[in-house]
Design a protein around this ligand. Sequence first.
Ligand code: ZN
Length: 150
Amino acid sequence: MTDLRELYQEVILDHSKKPRNYHRLEAANHEAEGYNPLCGDHIKVYLLVRDGVVEDVAFEGAGCAICTASASMMTQQIKGRSAEEVERLFRNFHALVTEEETLGTSREDLGKLEVFAGVRDYPVRVKCATLPWHTLHAALDNAGEPVTTE
Ligand code: ZN
């Protein structure tokens, strides 16, 4: 657990212990489920989208600390944003944790999500951190099929 401890920065720990927006969203008009079989993470993301804007967002499920913290911080970052902005954040976040090229997008608006940059050194944990975002993406698309990281 020693190397993981470096990952568990204060912010991540706080969010994993006290996840924000952790509940079922009765008013949701978009939702999706996501699985990460590698770790056992399983979450559900609920969205209330009106006129292309995410008015409310919530999640529930059982995930490891990284997955739970990522989902918690994601919900805080996307509330009030347009679907386009959310998709851009998703790409930026993915680039942050995988260190792929950002394809002309900036990381400027990642804000607190920058704490997940350390995850890229732990390939197994990348899927834990990105699962909430993949699930969010599916919810926006209303894909219907559960998302899996495999
Ligand atoms: Zn996990």
